[in-house]
Design a protein. Structure first.
Lengths: 221, 587
């Protein structure tokens, strides 16, 4: 999918386009949000994926300022992260005793893994994807202070701006929004120029730069 | 336990200090040297694929595996400590090169009076002015003694910068407040990106003395005295938490490893997790016999050695001595014991976050490209009428903005944290935001120290290291002072909105600060108040040396690596020139 087509699509697509990724090859399916779509999910059930797609789209909406979580494939990104080592707490210290109510400055001290936090959080969002935007926002406001919501918000930002190899930021839509060029081997000639003027080289992905596929961490172990 | 053939020297840890010692001993002597690194192997050209913010800067692929070992934290001795279950405030490295692979490469020297902090402070302000529970000390060496070794480290790494004081002669454009240098920097300063240039001009207009940050991200191709060639920095902006894909940022793997690999008398074993220093102790002192470790296959191994070096960073240096029962653990109630005392963490925060009308193109830069001011550092201003001692530097770094870590910073007037209103503001300000950062001195206090945790264990069942650590009045007041100054500069830079730092509260293990944790095995001029002598040699065990920031009696505003490397050079000289001829106490 080329950039021009993408922009046309996104303008017409608010609330309607789901982006999927099969076997690491990115492509698009256009559909109504409430239709069932065959997505190769690694962690979420179909119903859960639709809820996460809807919720991340309220956090980072597709609106007059440009595309959002829906076009970037944030739900697919989160699905992969949860299925990978991060979702299983592979690198977190998980020895007992846990102290669930520790002060914030000690960091998250609970027992639940990201997978468990999402599963639990999703229970409170049953039917979320079928609500209207206003009701959706109200629902999210009710859970705004939960750990689940803070993870979802952080993961949404990650899915907007990660390298496309992780399943989000499809077509580098997130990077185009903010003018980030991705990995760029040399800024030597530009770093002390363009003062006060936006300098926006065309984004490239890690795969573009290296010339081959790089294995992302969610596919390790 | 399997016992290996004895080696002349065993070095625990394959980061900056361990590999520098290995290079020096390997090149200047015929000693057989074994480096034991518990992380994985790395090569000079390992970083071709690492420009991925998510895996490296967010998921922290290069750091220690916290699931196996972390530290615990409490603020006061009356609390029970909790483990830092994931990295936050600081980022311990792992694998060959250690934290020296993922660093930013800022390379400042300490001010001369830092090494005599106690005596100079008393001299100027009297002992009553020092905080009641302070534990600050002199280092047992002076800046003048260390200067030649600082210069060697500049040459080793090809540091880029502009001298402000060559043999006492002040030079405009450099840091006119710095200690004397015997020579200009080996390479010229890095390029100065827009945000840093705005800071430079504003600081100058306000009467400060801005200068380019000394950088290990070298400004031009450089060949060091060992014949190691490194490329010039391309300002890609992937330094901190990454290895440099072109080798322009000096790292142990591109600066030391190429020399070590040519030495047949040095061998490196990775996946070697040292658990104990094996030693004989008696009334009159003691002797290290070697170290025991678990190798990559899980087998327990004893490596006998004539000389033992701990070079495993502040935390593990301290922990290995505690676990091995070498020396007397510090007791804050009685003040007895020295091992674990003087835990400090450089005072580090974004003093002023500035929002501009114009785009800044902040994706371009390097870990150390930027401008700073030293006018508010150390004792360079009169502290008689202000409520704290010492100070720090304000920096405008252009280290390469990446989106996951930086998206979403908006002016205080925007209350939303998600949704359309937030998105609109966050998109607008994404490339119009910059922070003036403060690096300040952290004094040592009797109540800030390390010992072994009674509850939490590592994956082998050994106790974790425990921090008892909190900020004191001196840091809180210093932070307020620095914040006010930074806000003034931000406004002068033309910022339309400025968010001041809200102030230090309890030590926050989740706020990313710096990996500049020091103390635990501090150096000093007498065994009553320190763990190692000024040659980093253990007071009780003369064939045991403890290298690294664990030797710092207190923390400076200057980032630690230059001082750590200079001290390592000085120790290597003392070993080669004196100890090997007559193995005994060097001080």
């Amino acid at each position: 999918m080329r950039r021009r087509e993408f922009l046309t699509l996104s303008a017409a697509s608010i609330g309607g386009v789901l982006i999927c990724s099969l076997d690491r090859e990115v492509f698009r399916l256009s559909a109504q949000a409430n239709q069932s779509i065959r997505i190769p999910l690694r962690f979420f059930s179909q119903a859960e994926a639709l809820i996460i797609a809807a919720a991340s789209s309220r956090i980072f909406p597709s609106d007059e300022t440009g595309p959002g979580a829906r076009e970037a494939g944030v739900a697919v990104y989160i699905d992969r992260q949860l299925a990978g080592p991060w979702g299983r707490d592979r690198y977190r210290y998980t020895r007992v005793p846990f102290e669930e109510n520790a002060p914030a400055e000690f960091g998250y001290q609970g027992k639940a893994t990201p997978q468990q936090i999402y599963r639990q959080g999703l229970k409170d969002l049953k039917g979320f994807d079928r609500l209207g935007p206003r009701e959706q926002d109200q629902k999210l406001k009710q859970i705004e202070t939960t750990l689940f919501f803070s993870l979802l918000r952080q993961n949404t930002i990650e899915g907007m701006f990660c390298d496309p190899m992780h399943g989000g930021n499809i077509d580098m839509v997130g990077w185009q929004l903010i003018g980030f060029p991705g990995p760029r081997m040399s800024n030597y000639d530009d770093v002390d120029k363009h003062f006060g003027q936006a300098f926006r080289p065309k984004p490239t992905s890690l795969r573009d730069v290296t010339g081959h596929k790089v294995r992302p961490s969610e596919e390790l172990e | 336990m399997k016992t290996l053939p004895s080696t002349d020297a065993v070095i625990v840890g394959g980061g900056w200090t361990g590999l520098l010692m290995a290079k020096e001993l390997g090149s200047r002597t015929a000693l057989s040297v074994v480096v034991l690194e518990r992380g994985g192997p790395r090569k000079t050209d390992d970083y071709g694929e690492d420009m991925d913010e998510l895996d490296y800067a967010i998921r922290l692929r290069m750091m220690q595996d916290a699931s196996r070992e972390t530290v615990t934290l409490r603020h006061t001795p009356s609390q029970h400590a909790l483990p830092l279950r994931q990295h936050g405030a600081f980022l311990p490295g792992s694998g060959i090169g250690g934290a020296g692979e993922h660093w930013n490469g800022e390379f400042p020297r300490m001010l001369p009076d830092c090494f005599e902090l106690l005596s100079r402070s008393i001299e100027r302000y009297g002992s009553k002015r020092l905080p009641e529970d302070h534990a600050i000390q002199d280092w047992g060496i002076t800046y003048d003694e260390l200067e030649p070794h600082y210069t060697r480290t500049d040459l080793l790494l090809g540091i880029s910068g502009k001298a402000g004081n060559i043999r006492g002669k002040q030079i405009e454009g450099g840091n006119v407040f710095e200690g004397w240098r015997s020579a200009e920097y080996p390479t010229p300063p890095t390029k100065i990106p827009y945000f840093s240039a705005l800071f430079r001009d504003a600081a100058k207009a306000l009467g400060y003395h801005p200068y380019p940050i000394p950088a290990a991200t070298t400004s031009q191709a450089y060949t060091n005295p060992d014949g190691v060639v490194r490329a010039a920095c391309m300002y890609c902006g992937f330094c901190e938490r990454f290895g440099c894909m072109i080798g322009a940022k000096a790292q142990p793997t591109n600066t030391l490893l190429p020399v070590i690999q040519k030495r047949k008398n040095v061998s490196i074993r990775t996946g070697a997790w040292v658990r104990r220093i094996v030693h004989d102790t008696s009334q009159s002192g003691g002797r290290a016999r070697g170290v025991s470790y678990v190798d990559a296959s899980g087998e327990e191994v004893f490596q006998p050695a004539e000389l033992v070096f701990l070079a495993s960073w502040t935390l593990n240096n301290t922990r290995l001595l505690l676990l091995s029962q070498v020396g007397e653990p510090y007791n804050p109630a009685s003040g007895k014991g020295t091992l674990g005392r003087n835990l400090t963490h450089q005072v580090h925060f974004p003093a002023a976050t500035a929002f501009f009308d114009e785009p800044l193109n902040r994706f371009m830069g390097s870990g150390a490209s930027g401008v700073c001011i030293g006018d508010l550092d150390g004792d360079l201003f009169d502290h008689r009428r202000i409520p704290f001692l010492r100070g720090g530097i304000l920096l405008a770094l252009s280290l390469g903005f990446r989106p996951i870590g930086n998206f979403g910073v908006v002016p205080q007037a925007v209350k939303a944290k998600w949704g359309s209103e937030w998105k609109k503001a966050a998109l607008h300000y994404y490339d119009r935001t910059g922070s003036i950062v403060f690096h300040g001195e952290h004094l040592a206090y009797r109540g800030n120290y390390m010992d072994l945790d009674p509850v939490y264990k590592d994956h082998f069942g050994d106790p974790l290291l425990r921090f008892t650590l909190d900020w004191r009045e001196n840091e809180l007041r210093m932070a307020e002072f620095a914040t006010a100054k930074a806000v003034e500069i931000a406004r002068e830079m033309g910022a339309n909105e400025v968010t001041p730092f809200p102030g230090l509260r309890g030590y926050d293990a989740t706020r990313s600060q710096s990996t500049h944790i020091q103390g635990g095995t501090i150096m000093g001029s007498s065994l009553d108040c320190s763990v190692v002598n000024p040659y980093l040699q253990h007071w009780q065990i003369s064939n045991l040396f403890v290298l690294g920031g664990s030797a710092f009696p207190q923390n400076s505003s200057a980032n630690p690596t230059p001082t750590i490397l200079a001290l390592t050079y000085r120790t290597a000289d003392a070993i080669v020139n004196r100890y090997l001829k007559s193995p005994a106490a060097l001080a």
